[in-house]
Design a protein around this ligand. Sequence first.
Ligand code: FNR
Length: 378
Amino acid sequence: MIISASTDYRAAAQRRIPPFLFHYADGGAYAERTLRRNVEDLADVALRQRVLKNVSALSLETQLFGETLSMPVALAPVGLCGMYARRGEVQAARAADRKGIPFTLSTVSLCPIEEVAPVMQRPMWFQLYVLKDRGFMKNALERAQAAGCKTLVFTVDMPTPGARYRDLHSGMSGPNGPMRRYLQAMVHPRWAWDVGVNGRPHDLGNVSAYLGKPTGLADYIAWLANNFDPSISWKDLEWIRDFWKGPMIIKGILDPEDARDAVRFGADGIVVSNHGGRQLDGVLSSARALPAIADAVKGDLTILADGGVRSGLDVVRMIALGADTVLLGRAFIYALAVAGEAGVTHLLDLIEKEIRVAMTLTGVKSISEITRDSLVQA
Ligand code: FNR
């Protein structure tokens, strides 16, 4: 068993929120092998203990796309994040912003772009999916730019959804599932205050704004299911690259050849990711995929990575394997579900402390000093 702050928050979240919501966040695709490997392979990466290196003055500061981050961490885009606490995206964005790190709003957030961006001092990051409805994509990009977003995270590993059987079992997906579960949760005395806003189902902010009508969870799932686009290729992305004025990051790269294509395309960054094991079960864990990708493209663009990061030690491991900055997914969702903004702030404080301890005991003073030299063959 792996013990960390996010593991403790996970257990608490499971006790606190409706099962269909817990399993939606906690689960992965098919038999969940990649989901498990993400966590286990990363935790198995052995750090190299060094001593007597005078590491009294540590700096975790990180430069990324012209921004200064207090530590090499950002919050990953998580769809329906707003269901894990009241106006959940706003709460998570505030916590990240006050900590000095970026927050990424998912395409399929509950709170719309215009609600979340203004609560932050730094520009919000915005994540976009490839969707058949190009009108929606363009509308979302225009609104994100109007709200001051600079960094676009463009997620390309969802041309079709992975089968998530836990969602079928929990009633989150499947015929008539979501609305039934959702309504049950809304009237349940323990959860009602959390998942409903004034007794109304949540709107799906960005989708509702585009469709021009309120959309509940069932509408959203139906809309999304018809909108995955397997026909997409690099060529089809050129209009987005030309349209978007700030840095563009391609999320969902797991292969060195695709990473080289991202460089050729002119991307500013990639996220090495298998979508947290939610897409194709059986692909490599992020920790195992990352070193070869770093060998192929390090220095040509910025490398971000996610998947299985549950502690500050995991952040240091990912950086040693080749990442410049690391995204947190489930780790912050569990904390958000338990204690809202305060929970995410607490989690980020713990992660920072853990990074400091790992740097001290591996004998490095700055993030750029964390390299493969900080690892040892287990
Ligand atoms: C995600 N992820 C995701 N990614 C994305 O680009 N857009 C999205 O809307 C979502 N939605 C989403 C929902 C939930 C509940 C989860 C858990 C994940 C993937 C996410 O950004 C990230 O890649 C993974 O969460 C990283 O793995 P860990 O840290 O959760 O293990």
